[in-house]
Design a protein around this ligand. Sequence first.
Ligand code: AMP
Ligand code: ZN
Length: 114
Amino acid sequence: MLNDCLFCAIPAGEIPSDKVYEDEYVFAFRDINPQAPVHILVVPKVHISCAQEIDENNSIYVAKCFEAIAKIAKAEGLDNGYRIVNNCGADGGQSVMHLHFHLIGGKKFPETII
Ligand code: AMP
Ligand code: ZN
């Protein structure tokens, strides 16, 4: 597996996934343990370990993730809104150390974050 990183291996096709979207910069697939009716992970196609590692050299990938999220949300029919979550580092609850955004929807979330 490339760098031993799960979210490098999935876009590379080394590990199967339920793909919903792909372009030059971004790969998106359904979370294996969904927390809502729609739960999709959107990952950059370069290894960025976490949000803390975003800088001027790689931020195009982050912008492309958010462009993809808007397209995926429309395709999934999330017309009434959705939530985007990023867990960063140990205290943030990040378990896979490759930057990813959770696109979750299909239900109404409370106004509180946690
Ligand atoms: P985080 O805790 O923010 O790092 O999120 C990691 C997410 O990856 C969790 O929601 C897991 O359910 C999900 N996950 C782990 N392995 C896989 C996999 N092979 N395919 C799809 N989702 C996965
Ligand atoms: Zn990676």
